[in-house]
Design a protein around this ligand. Structure first.
Ligand code: IVH
Length: 663
């Protein structure tokens, strides 16, 4: 018996490690938080029953996952506390009664982002940290320097050390744009703007260019060193912050008394829908901050402030049916189709049900009246069944035994919560998703080939496997729904262009489960071409730094399948790049490992071409500036990289100077 448990626990360690890395380090989760939690819970349960098999040092035993290894730790001199929440008007009155309701207060919106501390010395930004556990946080200075709104220098530089605190966030507009791009690229969208902000800020140095690309904002709300500056009121502190160039949200007010506070709360209950960032309540603070130390704090929250939380938006509606969507790798996801209901300003008609475990845990039946919740911008979720509303006509839902798209028998892979359609080769639902992924930016980057066109091609029977898209003629394209002459020519030109995309793009585009852009880069770098990967032993693949047994297993599995081998041979015949990423590509070692960073637009070549040139001359290219950078090549319209390079004293080259170097 022990062996079964041991094998399962080890499988869970591998899986969890793999998914934690994708989530924290690569910022590209492939399973939902719910599925991840299910793996962790299963592990915890097994560990409890078989303590002798438990790995005490495993990441699930530490708070904060693997991310803490990424950053240096910093101590917060003043702990970063959280806030006590109140949910009802009388709870709020209790808070006032404790303090004295005749006092003045400030009301600010409670921003749903992640708390950070910024330290300025003589007006210069010197350190930024996350909250961590409140006492020890992570040093994310370099990353915070890339956040728009974090000034490198304060206006009227105040002398000495000043600490300010606030919330890093992603605006709704950017959140939608980021997710759109992620979906186009076949990546998992972020669940909500807070996740997106946290995932974006907590980047390794190598990846921190995504901060400027996606765009983060910050609002400050706490001037820790107010008294040192002679400031005695929170409302003055907010004005001080603003006056020194630190962004403060507009949604705050000085309140003379309890009535004013209650008005603020009710006014913003609806107004908050108009803000371009997510708020989940109102923070009420005693305005006279000289009294704060005396009033004090509990171990986790101050007594001079409280958060009034708005109720999450919920509504009751009926489950009309439960549909199954089949993803790129064949995973079946149940979705509730609902009687339309208004929630958080939009009509909701569908809600995610995650997987079969979730449905049985909540006991959802077709025809049930359910409560749906839309917290933040999250896709609505069914959270509860109103069993008292049952009529007896509700029907039990069971996951299908056959794939709704192709009829193949569904399988449950040991070690996974999900059910899968195993028909990778010809299931139309998988093919649509695979095609979209194949054409995505990290894949073959075929512009114009999004989800709609991919589905269209499969439905029209034009494409039976991925390589078929290269065989389509003008007549095939033009006869598709909504495709006109211009689009047909554009896509055909794009397809032609894609033939010369680097091998790593093809390797990503193949959609080998668990092999995203990063893993593909590592495999291409190590093996150099597709045949070497195809013939490699699983142990050799697993021995590559950054590739674990899960990916290695998945790669072997992929190349064991004859359909996949045929597909690759088709691609070879079409002329796609089957190799050429090995390290031996260096033609001349002029740059000898020197690290180049590019910023702005170059006029004589694309950044990609410039990067390729650097690599063939033995140099390296990085997406972001660090102390290790040797050169920053600055084209037109440069951004924050230039400022950072200047501060770090890195050699800055004009395009002309760079061209002279590569001659
Ligand atoms: S004041 C000691 N003001 O809410 C408390 N916090 O649940 C100082 N938050 O950790 C915090 N908006 O990250 C304050 N306007 C606001 C806020 C705010 C969001 C966050 C903050 C804090 C958490 C507590």
């Amino acid at each position: 018996m022990k062996n079964i448990f041991e094998a399962r626990i080890n499988a869970l360690y591998n899986l969890i490690e793999h998914h934690a890395k994708l989530y924290y380090d690569n910022d590209a989760p492939e399973i939902s938080d719910f599925e991840y939690d299910a793996l962790v819970n299963e592990l915890k349960e097994l560990e409890k029953n078989h303590p002798e098999l438990a790995r005490k040092d495993f990441l699930t035993h530490n708070v904060g996952g693997t991310a803490s290894e990424l950053f240096a730790k910093v101590n917060h001199d003043t702990p970063m506390l959280s806030l006590d929440n109140v949910f009802k008007p009388d709870e709020l009155r209790n808070f006032f009664a404790r303090i004295d309701s005749d006092k003045n207060f400030t009301c600010e919106m409670k921003i749903d982002g992640l708390a950070v501390s910024l330290i300025y010395e003589d007006g210069i930004f010197v350190r930024g940290a996350t909250r961590g556990n409140g006492h020890v946080g992570e040093d994310v200075s370099a990353n915070l320097a890339l956040v728009e709104g974090v000034p490198k220098k304060l206006k009227d530089a105040p002398a000495g050390k000043i600490e300010v605190r606030g919330e890093v966030l992603m605006t709704l507009e950017r959140f939608r744009a980021v997710n759109e791009i992620r979906e186009e690229r076949g990546e998992n969208p972020f669940a909500n703007p807070r996740n997106a902000a946290a995932g974006t800020l907590r980047q390794s140095e190598k990846n921190n260019h995504v901060i400027s690309e996606r765009g983060l904002d910050i609002f400050l709300y706490y001037l820790v060193d107010a008294e040192k500056l002679g400031i005695t009121r929170q409302s003055d502190a907010l004005q001080w912050l603003e006056a020194h160039g630190l962004p403060v949200q507009k949604a705050w007010a000085f309140c003379e008394n309890l009535d004013d506070v209650e008005n603020f709360i009710s006014q913003w209950q609806t107004e908050r829908d108009k803000l371009n960032y997510i708020t989940d309540g109102v923070v009420i603070k005693l305005d006279d901050l000289t009294q704060w130390p005396e009033i004090g704090a509990t171990s986790h929250a101050p007594r001079w402030a409280v958060a009034y939380k708005y109720p999450p938006e919920e509504a009751k509606t009926k489950v009309i049916k439960i549909e199954i969507s089949v993803g790129r790798t064949g995973v079946l996801t149940p979705v509730a189709v609902l009687e339309p209901v208004r929630l958080g300003g939009t009509q909701v008609q569908r809600a995610g049900l995650h997987n079969a475990d979730y449905i049985s845990k909540l006991g959802i039946k077709i025809g049930d009246v359910v409560k749906v919740r839309k917290a933040a911008e999250i896709i609505p979720e069914v959270i509860e069944v109103d069993k008292s509303a049952r009529t007896g006509k509700e029907e039990i839902f069971t996951m299908p035994e056959r794939c709704p798209a192709c009829g193949s028998e569904i399988i449950k892979i040991p070690g996974e919560v999900a059910l899968r359609c195993p028909n990778r080769a010809s299931c139309p639902a998988q093919l649509k998703e695979s095609l979209k992924y194949f054409a995505s930016r990290d894949g073959m980057n075929i512009k114009g080939m999004g989800g709609r066109l991919s589905a269209n091609l499969v439905d029209a029977g034009k494409v039976k496997n991925l390589s078929d898209i290269y065989k389509l003629k003008y007549e095939d394209w033009i006869t598709l729904d909504k495709v006109r002459d211009k689009t047909a020519n554009f896509i055909m030109a794009e397809l032609e262009k894609s033939k010369s995309r680097p091998f790593v793009n093809l390797l990503t585009a193949l959609g080998i489960p668990d092999v995203g852009k990063n893993a593909a880069g590592l495999l291409a770098g190590h093996f150099g071409n597709i045949d070497a990967i195809k013939n490699a032993a699983e142990e050799e693949i697993a021995s590559i730094e950054g590739i674990g047994p899960v990916i290695a297993g998945s790669v072997r599995e992929f190349f064991r399948n004859e359909e996949n081998i045929n597909l690759i041979e088709n691609f070879r015949a079409i002329g796609l790049q089957m190799g050429g990423e090995a390290k031996n590509k260096i033609t001349e070692n002029k740059f000898d490992g020197k690290i180049f960073v590019f910023t702005g637009t170059l006029s004589s070549m694309t950044r990609e071409e410039a990067g390729e040139k650097v690599k063939t001359l033995g140099g390296k290219v990085s997406g972001s500036i660090s102390r290790k950078t040797d050169f920053l090549v600055a084209g037109d319209k440069t951004g924050s990289k230039l400022i950072k390079a200047e501060t770090l004293g890195i050699k800055i080259l004009s395009e002309q100077e760079f061209l002279e170097m590569i001659l």
